[in-house]
Write a new protein. Sequence first.
Length: 169
Amino acid sequence: MVTVRHARPSDARALVAHQQALAAEPATARNGPLDADEILSAEEEHGLLVELAGQPRALTLVAESGGVLVGELGLRPISSRRAVQHVVVLGMSVARAARRRGVGRALLTEAVAWAKPAGITRIELYVYARNAAAIALYEAFGFEHEGRRRRIIREGDTYVDDLIMARLL
């Protein structure tokens, strides 16, 4: 059973541990451009969670199973400019052992339900072009393909494309 809730500053250490586990995956299995030395400290993560909690157009969710953090989702404004205050960028990750078990679906359900009452009318995201499972999930939630960023991610001597997807609310 997966429980989704708003992240709290006290989740900082668990979020850092989650990010460290993701960064430790082999580069070719990873679907996020995060290296271990780029992860915030627990104190920095705590500060970020406090800061984001005060923003009306930002959301951080965590998914737990058996009391263990197994996923996270963030919605962040793309800019403070009034003309695009209705737009957020979605970022999501699920622990390797919890993938394809409904965690991403549960997180997305909560995020989409939160967005419209918050004045959000566009959610956009970037997803590795090789991440077929995530792409299928986003499509099932009504996200549409809007473009491709070629060679946007560098993994050693190779490059990876990602896709731009968006859902209008």
